[in-house]
Design a protein around this ligand. Structure first.
Ligand SMILES: [Zn+2]
Length: 82
């Protein structure tokens, strides 16, 4: 998917900070809920950080962005169900 413009003036709001590890045998979906909540998947190859302040990823393998944003028009894009 294409990620929305997250610059402060865009009106786009990060609702959930989520990513999925796509390394074989893992597949964990991890979420960072607070600024200093550093979450790591079971195999250790993907970490997400930043909560709703910023999306930080550290990875050593394939992964998929599953974050959800609220757009200026009120609609939501992304999210773990897509
Ligand atoms: Zn993993």
């Amino acid at each position: 998917m294409e990620y929305p413009d997250e610059t402060p003036d865009s009106g786009v709001v990060l609702l959930r900070n989520i990513a999925r590890c796509d390394k074989e045998g893992c597949g964990d979906v991890i979420e960072s809920t607070t600024t200093h909540d550093f979450a790591t998947c079971g195999c250790g190859s993907l970490s997400v950080d930043g909560g709703l302040s910023y999306r930080r990823r550290a990875f050593n393998g394939p992964w998929t962005e599953l974050s959800e944003w609220k757009m200026p028009d009120g609609s939501t894009v992304g999210g773990p169900d897509e």
